[in-house]
Design a protein around this ligand. Structure first.
Ligand code: MN
Length: 362
Protein backbone atom coordinates (compact mmCIF):
# COMPACT_ATOMS: atom_id res chain seq x y z
CA UNK A 1 0.00 0.00 0.00
CA UNK A 2 1.28 3.41 -0.89
CA UNK A 3 1.47 5.95 1.92
CA UNK A 4 0.36 8.72 -0.39
CA UNK A 5 -2.72 6.94 -1.72
CA UNK A 6 -5.82 9.07 -1.76
CA UNK A 7 -4.07 12.26 -0.72
CA UNK A 8 -3.85 15.47 -2.67
CA UNK A 9 -0.98 17.33 -1.01
CA UNK A 10 0.52 19.62 -3.63
CA UNK A 11 4.13 20.64 -4.27
CA UNK A 12 3.20 24.17 -3.17
CA UNK A 13 2.42 23.17 0.43
CA UNK A 14 3.91 25.66 2.87
CA UNK A 15 4.35 26.22 6.58
CA UNK A 16 3.98 29.33 8.71
CA UNK A 17 6.15 29.05 11.80
CA UNK A 18 4.57 30.55 14.90
CA UNK A 19 7.25 29.57 17.44
CA UNK A 20 7.84 33.25 18.19
CA UNK A 21 4.13 34.05 18.63
CA UNK A 22 1.90 31.14 19.76
CA UNK A 23 5.05 29.29 20.84
CA UNK A 24 6.10 32.13 23.09
CA UNK A 25 2.57 32.12 24.57
CA UNK A 26 3.46 28.76 26.18
CA UNK A 27 2.99 29.06 29.92
CA UNK A 28 6.28 30.09 31.59
CA UNK A 29 8.10 30.71 28.27
CA UNK A 30 9.62 34.00 27.25
CA UNK A 31 12.21 34.71 24.57
CA UNK A 32 14.62 37.62 24.82
CA UNK A 33 15.17 40.00 21.91
CA UNK A 34 18.45 38.18 21.12
CA UNK A 35 16.71 34.78 21.30
CA UNK A 36 14.06 35.94 18.84
CA UNK A 37 16.61 37.30 16.38
CA UNK A 38 18.64 34.09 16.57
CA UNK A 39 15.60 31.79 16.16
CA UNK A 40 14.25 33.85 13.24
CA UNK A 41 17.65 33.79 11.52
CA UNK A 42 17.83 29.98 11.64
CA UNK A 43 14.20 29.57 10.48
CA UNK A 44 14.95 32.00 7.65
CA UNK A 45 18.14 30.15 6.62
CA UNK A 46 16.22 26.87 6.66
CA UNK A 47 13.79 28.25 4.08
CA UNK A 48 10.71 28.46 6.32
CA UNK A 49 7.99 30.02 4.14
CA UNK A 50 6.53 32.43 6.72
CA UNK A 51 7.75 33.47 10.18
CA UNK A 52 5.09 34.86 12.52
CA UNK A 53 7.39 37.07 14.54
CA UNK A 54 4.99 38.34 17.19
CA UNK A 55 2.13 40.63 18.17
CA UNK A 56 3.51 44.15 17.50
CA UNK A 57 0.92 46.08 19.58
CA UNK A 58 1.85 44.10 22.72
CA UNK A 59 4.78 46.26 23.82
CA UNK A 60 7.55 48.45 22.45
CA UNK A 61 9.98 45.56 22.89
CA UNK A 62 7.74 43.23 20.89
CA UNK A 63 7.26 45.86 18.18
CA UNK A 64 11.03 46.35 17.86
CA UNK A 65 11.71 42.61 17.69
CA UNK A 66 9.09 42.12 14.95
CA UNK A 67 10.35 45.17 13.03
CA UNK A 68 13.98 44.04 13.19
CA UNK A 69 13.11 40.46 12.19
CA UNK A 70 11.07 41.74 9.22
CA UNK A 71 14.07 43.83 8.21
CA UNK A 72 16.72 41.14 8.69
CA UNK A 73 15.06 38.05 7.16
CA UNK A 74 14.52 37.33 3.49
CA UNK A 75 11.41 35.20 4.03
CA UNK A 76 7.87 36.55 4.60
CA UNK A 77 7.46 37.93 8.12
CA UNK A 78 4.01 38.02 9.68
CA UNK A 79 2.63 40.11 12.55
CA UNK A 80 -0.53 39.39 14.52
CA UNK A 81 -3.31 41.92 15.20
CA UNK A 82 -6.78 41.95 16.75
CA UNK A 83 -9.53 43.56 14.66
CA UNK A 84 -8.84 46.99 16.15
CA UNK A 85 -7.15 49.95 14.47
CA UNK A 86 -4.22 50.34 16.86
CA UNK A 87 -3.30 46.65 16.46
CA UNK A 88 -3.53 46.76 12.68
CA UNK A 89 -1.54 50.00 12.54
CA UNK A 90 1.18 48.64 14.83
CA UNK A 91 1.49 45.57 12.59
CA UNK A 92 1.60 47.73 9.45
CA UNK A 93 4.16 50.09 11.03
CA UNK A 94 6.40 47.18 12.01
CA UNK A 95 7.03 46.54 8.31
CA UNK A 96 5.85 42.92 8.18
CA UNK A 97 4.93 41.61 4.74
CA UNK A 98 1.83 39.79 6.05
CA UNK A 99 -0.65 41.03 8.64
CA UNK A 100 -2.58 38.28 10.41
CA UNK A 101 -5.79 39.67 11.84
CA UNK A 102 -8.16 37.62 14.00
CA UNK A 103 -11.49 37.79 15.77
CA UNK A 104 -13.47 35.24 17.77
CA UNK A 105 -16.45 33.82 15.92
CA UNK A 106 -17.69 31.10 18.31
CA UNK A 107 -20.58 32.11 20.56
CA UNK A 108 -18.72 31.07 23.71
CA UNK A 109 -15.78 33.38 22.91
CA UNK A 110 -17.97 36.21 21.58
CA UNK A 111 -20.03 36.18 24.77
CA UNK A 112 -17.46 35.46 27.46
CA UNK A 113 -14.14 36.65 26.01
CA UNK A 114 -14.80 39.37 23.41
CA UNK A 115 -18.14 40.61 24.75
CA UNK A 116 -19.32 41.41 21.25
CA UNK A 117 -22.16 40.32 18.99
CA UNK A 118 -21.72 38.24 15.84
CA UNK A 119 -22.57 41.31 13.75
CA UNK A 120 -19.93 43.45 15.52
CA UNK A 121 -17.28 40.77 15.05
CA UNK A 122 -18.03 40.52 11.33
CA UNK A 123 -18.01 44.31 10.84
CA UNK A 124 -14.68 44.73 12.65
CA UNK A 125 -13.19 41.86 10.64
CA UNK A 126 -14.21 43.50 7.36
CA UNK A 127 -12.93 46.93 8.41
CA UNK A 128 -9.57 45.49 9.46
CA UNK A 129 -9.10 43.52 6.25
CA UNK A 130 -9.97 46.65 4.24
CA UNK A 131 -7.45 48.71 6.23
CA UNK A 132 -4.67 46.19 5.59
CA UNK A 133 -5.49 45.93 1.89
CA UNK A 134 -5.67 49.73 1.54
CA UNK A 135 -2.12 49.82 2.91
CA UNK A 136 -1.15 47.44 0.11
CA UNK A 137 -0.06 44.66 2.46
CA UNK A 138 -0.85 40.95 2.25
CA UNK A 139 -3.62 39.95 4.66
CA UNK A 140 -4.56 36.78 6.51
CA UNK A 141 -7.85 36.63 8.38
CA UNK A 142 -8.60 34.14 11.19
CA UNK A 143 -12.07 33.39 12.58
CA UNK A 144 -10.81 32.35 16.00
CA UNK A 145 -12.30 29.13 17.42
CA UNK A 146 -13.59 28.25 13.93
CA UNK A 147 -14.07 24.59 14.85
CA UNK A 148 -16.59 25.55 17.56
CA UNK A 149 -18.29 28.24 15.46
CA UNK A 150 -21.80 27.88 14.04
CA UNK A 151 -21.12 26.82 10.46
CA UNK A 152 -23.58 29.18 8.79
CA UNK A 153 -22.03 32.15 10.63
CA UNK A 154 -18.49 30.97 9.88
CA UNK A 155 -19.26 30.88 6.14
CA UNK A 156 -20.96 34.28 6.37
CA UNK A 157 -17.78 35.79 7.90
CA UNK A 158 -15.59 34.07 5.32
CA UNK A 159 -17.76 35.50 2.51
CA UNK A 160 -17.48 38.98 4.04
CA UNK A 161 -13.67 38.98 4.42
CA UNK A 162 -13.28 37.45 0.96
CA UNK A 163 -15.33 40.32 -0.42
CA UNK A 164 -13.09 42.73 1.54
CA UNK A 165 -10.09 41.27 -0.30
CA UNK A 166 -8.25 39.07 2.20
CA UNK A 167 -5.47 37.04 0.56
CA UNK A 168 -5.61 34.22 3.09
CA UNK A 169 -8.22 32.69 5.37
CA UNK A 170 -6.79 30.77 8.30
CA UNK A 171 -9.02 28.17 9.94
CA UNK A 172 -7.92 27.87 13.57
CA UNK A 173 -8.76 24.87 15.71
CA UNK A 174 -8.08 27.12 18.68
CA UNK A 175 -9.05 24.66 21.40
CA UNK A 176 -7.85 21.50 19.69
CA UNK A 177 -11.22 19.77 19.28
CA UNK A 178 -11.04 18.88 15.58
CA UNK A 179 -10.62 15.33 14.33
CA UNK A 180 -8.83 14.62 11.03
CA UNK A 181 -11.97 13.55 9.15
CA UNK A 182 -14.17 16.37 10.40
CA UNK A 183 -11.44 18.97 9.83
CA UNK A 184 -10.80 17.69 6.32
CA UNK A 185 -14.50 18.11 5.43
CA UNK A 186 -14.54 21.57 6.96
CA UNK A 187 -11.45 22.76 5.05
CA UNK A 188 -12.78 21.30 1.79
CA UNK A 189 -15.99 23.31 2.26
CA UNK A 190 -14.03 26.53 2.95
CA UNK A 191 -11.70 25.93 -0.03
CA UNK A 192 -14.80 25.71 -2.24
CA UNK A 193 -16.29 28.83 -0.72
CA UNK A 194 -13.52 31.40 -1.15
CA UNK A 195 -10.86 32.47 -3.62
CA UNK A 196 -8.53 33.28 -0.73
CA UNK A 197 -5.81 30.74 0.00
CA UNK A 198 -6.41 28.54 3.02
CA UNK A 199 -4.11 28.13 5.99
CA UNK A 200 -4.80 26.03 9.11
CA UNK A 201 -3.81 26.49 12.75
CA UNK A 202 -4.18 23.39 14.90
CA UNK A 203 -3.68 22.60 18.57
CA UNK A 204 -2.53 19.39 20.21
CA UNK A 205 -4.98 19.01 23.12
CA UNK A 206 -5.80 15.47 21.92
CA UNK A 207 -2.49 14.76 20.20
CA UNK A 208 -4.08 15.44 16.79
CA UNK A 209 -2.47 18.74 15.81
CA UNK A 210 -0.14 17.35 13.12
CA UNK A 211 -2.81 14.94 11.80
CA UNK A 212 -5.31 17.79 11.54
CA UNK A 213 -2.76 20.06 9.85
CA UNK A 214 -2.09 17.34 7.26
CA UNK A 215 -5.85 16.89 6.78
CA UNK A 216 -5.91 20.58 5.90
CA UNK A 217 -3.45 19.97 3.06
CA UNK A 218 -5.38 16.90 1.91
CA UNK A 219 -8.52 19.03 1.65
CA UNK A 220 -6.79 21.66 -0.50
CA UNK A 221 -5.30 23.95 2.14
CA UNK A 222 -2.10 25.67 1.02
CA UNK A 223 -0.39 26.26 4.36
CA UNK A 224 -0.25 25.00 7.95
CA UNK A 225 0.89 26.85 11.04
CA UNK A 226 3.51 25.03 13.07
CA UNK A 227 5.93 25.63 15.93
CA UNK A 228 9.27 24.01 16.66
CA UNK A 229 8.84 21.14 19.17
CA UNK A 230 5.10 21.92 19.00
CA UNK A 231 5.34 24.53 21.76
CA UNK A 232 2.39 26.88 22.24
CA UNK A 233 -0.75 27.51 24.29
CA UNK A 234 -1.65 24.53 26.57
CA UNK A 235 -0.58 21.28 24.84
CA UNK A 236 0.87 23.33 22.00
CA UNK A 237 0.64 23.57 18.23
CA UNK A 238 1.36 21.22 15.34
CA UNK A 239 5.10 20.53 15.47
CA UNK A 240 7.25 22.01 12.70
CA UNK A 241 9.37 18.86 12.55
CA UNK A 242 6.39 16.50 12.33
CA UNK A 243 4.46 18.39 9.65
CA UNK A 244 7.51 19.18 7.50
CA UNK A 245 8.89 15.62 7.66
CA UNK A 246 5.45 14.09 7.00
CA UNK A 247 5.09 16.34 3.93
CA UNK A 248 8.59 15.46 2.70
CA UNK A 249 8.65 11.76 3.55
CA UNK A 250 5.05 10.55 3.46
CA UNK A 251 3.42 12.95 0.99
CA UNK A 252 6.42 13.35 -1.31
CA UNK A 253 6.25 17.14 -1.18
CA UNK A 254 9.45 19.11 -1.75
CA UNK A 255 8.94 21.89 0.78
CA UNK A 256 12.27 23.51 -0.07
CA UNK A 257 13.08 23.53 3.65
CA UNK A 258 16.58 22.52 4.79
CA UNK A 259 15.44 19.62 6.99
CA UNK A 260 19.02 18.79 8.05
CA UNK A 261 18.81 21.66 10.57
CA UNK A 262 15.64 20.37 12.26
CA UNK A 263 17.51 18.72 15.16
CA UNK A 264 19.60 21.86 15.67
CA UNK A 265 16.58 24.22 15.80
CA UNK A 266 14.76 21.78 18.09
CA UNK A 267 17.67 21.82 20.58
CA UNK A 268 17.84 25.62 20.36
CA UNK A 269 14.12 25.98 21.14
CA UNK A 270 14.33 23.35 23.90
CA UNK A 271 17.02 25.43 25.59
CA UNK A 272 15.47 28.84 25.09
CA UNK A 273 11.85 27.85 25.87
CA UNK A 274 12.84 25.75 28.85
CA UNK A 275 10.35 23.09 27.69
CA UNK A 276 12.13 19.70 27.61
CA UNK A 277 11.62 17.53 24.54
CA UNK A 278 10.33 14.06 25.57
CA UNK A 279 12.64 11.18 24.60
CA UNK A 280 9.90 9.62 22.48
CA UNK A 281 8.98 12.84 20.65
CA UNK A 282 8.64 12.16 16.90
CA UNK A 283 11.60 13.23 14.75
CA UNK A 284 13.52 15.17 17.44
CA UNK A 285 13.27 13.05 20.63
CA UNK A 286 16.52 11.36 21.70
CA UNK A 287 14.89 7.94 21.10
CA UNK A 288 13.56 8.82 17.62
CA UNK A 289 16.43 6.94 15.96
CA UNK A 290 17.63 4.79 18.89
CA UNK A 291 17.42 1.02 19.16
CA UNK A 292 17.99 -1.25 22.13
CA UNK A 293 16.14 -4.54 21.62
CA UNK A 294 18.18 -7.36 20.05
CA UNK A 295 15.96 -8.01 17.02
CA UNK A 296 15.59 -4.34 16.11
CA UNK A 297 19.26 -3.47 16.58
CA UNK A 298 20.44 -6.52 14.61
CA UNK A 299 18.06 -5.59 11.78
CA UNK A 300 19.11 -1.94 11.74
CA UNK A 301 22.83 -2.86 11.68
CA UNK A 302 22.17 -4.90 8.53
CA UNK A 303 19.76 -2.40 6.93
CA UNK A 304 18.32 0.59 8.79
CA UNK A 305 15.08 0.36 6.77
CA UNK A 306 14.16 -2.82 8.69
CA UNK A 307 13.02 -1.02 11.83
CA UNK A 308 13.00 2.65 10.85
CA UNK A 309 10.60 4.43 8.48
CA UNK A 310 13.16 4.22 5.67
CA UNK A 311 11.64 7.32 4.04
CA UNK A 312 12.96 9.33 6.99
CA UNK A 313 16.54 8.83 8.15
CA UNK A 314 18.48 10.52 10.96
CA UNK A 315 20.70 12.15 8.31
CA UNK A 316 17.66 13.90 6.80
CA UNK A 317 17.01 15.75 10.06
CA UNK A 318 20.62 16.22 11.17
CA UNK A 319 20.45 13.54 13.87
CA UNK A 320 22.45 10.38 14.55
CA UNK A 321 21.32 6.80 14.90
CA UNK A 322 22.13 5.29 18.28
CA UNK A 323 22.39 1.67 19.41
CA UNK A 324 21.72 1.69 23.12
CA UNK A 325 23.21 -1.01 25.34
CA UNK A 326 20.72 -2.12 27.99
CA UNK A 327 18.54 -4.89 29.31
CA UNK A 328 17.14 -5.75 25.86
CA UNK A 329 20.45 -5.63 24.02
CA UNK A 330 21.56 -8.54 21.84
CA UNK A 331 25.04 -9.60 20.74
CA UNK A 332 24.86 -7.59 17.49
CA UNK A 333 24.73 -4.29 19.31
CA UNK A 334 27.57 -5.32 21.61
CA UNK A 335 29.70 -6.37 18.64
CA UNK A 336 28.89 -3.13 16.82
CA UNK A 337 29.81 -1.08 19.88
CA UNK A 338 33.11 -2.95 20.36
CA UNK A 339 33.98 -2.31 16.72
CA UNK A 340 33.33 1.38 17.25
CA UNK A 341 35.55 1.36 20.35
CA UNK A 342 38.28 -0.39 18.39
CA UNK A 343 38.07 2.22 15.64
CA UNK A 344 38.32 4.98 18.22
CA UNK A 345 41.46 3.34 19.66
CA UNK A 346 42.98 3.12 16.21
CA UNK A 347 42.28 6.80 15.61
CA UNK A 348 43.22 8.19 18.99
CA UNK A 349 45.79 5.88 20.51
CA UNK A 350 49.45 5.67 19.72
CA UNK A 351 49.44 2.89 17.10
CA UNK A 352 52.46 1.10 18.49
CA UNK A 353 51.29 1.12 22.06
CA UNK A 354 49.66 -1.95 23.54
CA UNK A 355 46.14 -1.58 24.83
CA UNK A 356 45.88 -2.43 28.50
CA UNK A 357 43.12 -4.74 29.73
CA UNK A 358 42.03 -1.92 32.07
CA UNK A 359 41.31 0.29 29.08
CA UNK A 360 39.26 -2.40 27.31
CA UNK A 361 37.17 -2.92 30.41
CA UNK A 362 36.64 0.82 30.74
MN1 MN B 1 -3.16 29.10 18.89
Amino acid sequence: MSDTEGTSASPADRVLDTTLRDGEQSPRTSFSYEDKREIAAVLDDMGTHVIEAGFPVNSDAEFEAVRDIAEATSTTTCGLARVVEKDVDAALDSGVELVHVFVSTSDVQLEDSMHATREQAKERAVRSVERIKEAGVECMFSPMDATRTDEAFLLEVIDAVTEAGTDWVNIPDTCGVATPGRFRDMIAKVVDRTDARIDVHTHDDFGLAAANALSGFEAGGAQAQVSVNGIGERAGNAAYEEVVMALESLYDVDTGIDTTRITEISRTIEGKSDIPVPANKPVVGRNAFSHESGIHAAGVIENSDTFEPGVMTPEMVGAERELVLGKHTGQHSVRERLLEVLEEFARDADVDREVENEEVRA
